[in-house]
Design a protein around this ligand. Structure first.
Ligand code: CCH
Length: 287
């Protein structure tokens, strides 16, 4: 167990499961936010903390939690993520021994599992860094761009085409906010439950440009209540990407298996784990 003034022993699986449970309970308690859950924005925080990774220089990634500081918190791509960081602050106060870097990733893991997604194995050991480790702006993807840009950004992190498409299935969750990214609306009808619906809708619906003053985005012709970003649409415009969109649309089990593997990889980019660090799978609260 972990004492108030220091460690009586280093934190163990049970200690991290207690943090997981606290986050899961806070998700249930704060169900007035957005579509009924902070889960999607917590997943986005974990992804934006990780997706700054540059394999060539070993900089960026989830080890550091440098989005606590400007300039990184003020990067356009991170608009709105203060809501997620603030949601987690009381958890950090209750469990001061956990680093912000591990906490943000654990919150992403917890949110995916609590929103009925696959189990995401977790390893602890991320260390917080100071402002000097902030990454330059422009490392995260630009939603207005298409396949060449997606490949540039995700190949830089070390992902391949299949992994790019598997990661994009996260857009089954949450929504765009006009006061954050400028875009508006959810991708699916169940934005607080993880399914392969993103791929199904991308293939099955007719998508047209939304007529509005905002940035170029798509809406479904039938209900005009769903959206796709230009970067989402690139996944069916590009033949190599589209092959995987079809696979995941046809098989939710395959999507869950590949999504779990690729998210685990994303969340661990650039993290120097100690040798023999155990992979833990937390027990869901909302099972
Ligand atoms: Fe994403 N995403 N994302 N995304 N994203 C947005 C919201 C979410 C892109 C752009 C946007 C991933 C990949 C991409 C989530 C998870 C992932 C928004 C709206 C934009 C724009 C932000 C707003 O207005 O609040 C682009 C471009 C890419 C390129 O690949 C990946 C990878 C993941 C996770 C694995 C989640 C979840 C959201 C919803 C957030 C919320 O607040 O509801």
């Amino acid at each position: 167990a972990v004492g108030g003034g220091g460690w009586s022993s280093p934190p163990k699986f049970e200690d991290y499961q207690a943090v997981y449970n606290e986050i899961a309970n806070r998700l249930e308690e704060n169900d007035e936010y957005d579509d009924g859950s902070y889960g999607p924005v917590l997943v986005r925080l974990a992804w934006h903390a990780s997706g700054t990774y540059d394999a060539a220089t070993g900089t960026g990634g989830s080890n550091g939690a440098t989005m606590r500081f400007a300039p990184e918190s003020a990067h356009g791509a991170n608009a709105g993520l203060k809501a997620a960081r603030d949601f987690l602050e009381p958890v950090k106060q209750k469990f001061p021994w956990i680093t912000y870097s591990d906490l943000w990733i654990l919150a992403g893991v917890c949110s995916i599992q609590e929103m009925l997604g696959p189990k995401i194995p977790f390893r602890a050991g991320r260390q917080d860094k100071d402002v000097a480790a902030c990454t330059p702006d422009g490392r995260l993807p630009d939603a207005a761009q298409a396949q060449d840009h997606l490949r540039n950004i995700f190949y830089r992190m070390g992902f391949n085409d299949q992994e790019i498409v598997a990661l994009a299935g996260a857009h089954a969750l949450g929504r765009c906010h006009s006061n954050r990214s400028g875009y508006s609306g959810p991708w699916t009808f169940s934005p607080t439950v993880l399914t392969n619906d993103f791929y199904k809708l991308l293939l099955d619906e007719k998508w047209q440009y939304k007529k509005w003053d905002g940035p170029k985005q798509y809406e479904d012709k039938k209900t005009k209540s769903l959206m796709m970003l230009p970067a989402d649409m690139a996944l069916v415009e590009d033949k190599k990407f589209k092959k995987w969109v079809k696979e995941y649309a046809a098989d939710n089990d395959l999507f869950f298996k590949d999504f779990s593997a690729v998210v685990t990889k994303l969340f661990e980019l650039g993290v120097p784990f100690k040798e023999n660090t155990e992979k833990w799978v937390f027990k869901p609260v909302n099972a």
